[in-house]
Design a protein around this ligand. Structure first.
Ligand code: COA
Length: 199
């Protein structure tokens, strides 16, 4: 995935006569995205949302050990695109860390109004590809034990359930550690198949 060139078409027909599907551009996050990211974070993670300051600390680690991305709608009317580097409303964001052969999804979110449209799946594929570009062999994440939507998404993308961390979150809910093998070449030089993977 090449920074600033990665964009993709996704979205739903809004049901209006002649309306085109909404285009989404996925691109590296910049400081102009911070406020919207923190707002979405507070909406989706009421128990332990990251503040703008925490996001800023994470941004400070880019590009050495972190990569942060956002998805924004591409406005149909360029005059609607005067903010946020010329792009439209925030659709989602994600951050991953890299440490040698290991990568970790630090945060991952799709706005409520865009959920259930396949965008989480699409974004996750990009993160997995990004980790592979960084030559990571494994990807990890933590998910709340009561987060059925996220658990199902990761499971379908080939993440396997691991250790359970008791009462990990501020409200006492357990965390489930999940991991995904990012592929390897066996002694025949064949790539692992990733049968159930969205990547
Ligand atoms: C988890 C999240 C990122 C999923 O994004 P999304 O764009 O809605 O996901 P998709 O539309 O690609 O759905 C992919 C799969 O996830 C699962 N899923 C999505 N929404 C679901 C829901 N409400 N209930 C159960 N499973 C759900 C399904 O398996 C779905 O596949 P299907 O549509 O074929 O059944 C999104 O719901 C979200 O941002 N939630 C709040 C923040 C969060 O929990 N982040 C993850 C922290 S670890």
């Amino acid at each position: 995935m090449t920074p600033n060139t990665s964009s993709s078409q996704a979205g739903q027909d809004e049901g209006e006569l002649g309306s085109a599907p909404t285009a989404i551009q996925w691109r590296p996050a910049t400081s102009s995205d911070l406020e919207d990211m923190a707002k979405l974070e507070a909406d989706l993670f009421p128990v332990d949302a990251w503040s703008i300051e925490v996001f800023q600390q994470e941004f400070d680690l880019v590009p050495e050990t972190r990569s942060y991305w956002v998805g924004r709608e591409v406005p149909r009317d360029p005059l609607d695109a005067l903010d946020h580097d010329g792009s439209g409303p925030l659709v989602g964001y994600a951050g991953i860390s890299f440490l040698g052969p290991e990568s970790e999804i630090m945060t991952f979110a799709i706005t409520r109004s865009h959920q259930g449209q396949g965008l989480g799946t699409q974004f996750l594929k990009k993160l997995v590809n990004l980790a592979r570009v960084h030559e990571c062999k494994q990807m990890f994440l933590e998910v709340r034990a009561d987060n059925n939507a996220a658990f199902a998404l990761y499971n379908r993308a080939g993440f396997i359930e691991g250790e359970r961390r008791k009462r990990y979150y501020n409200d006492g809910v357990d965390a489930i550690l999940m991991s995904k093998d990012l592929g390897y070449e066996d002694h025949h030089g064949l790539k692992s198949t990733d049968q159930n993977s969205a990547s």
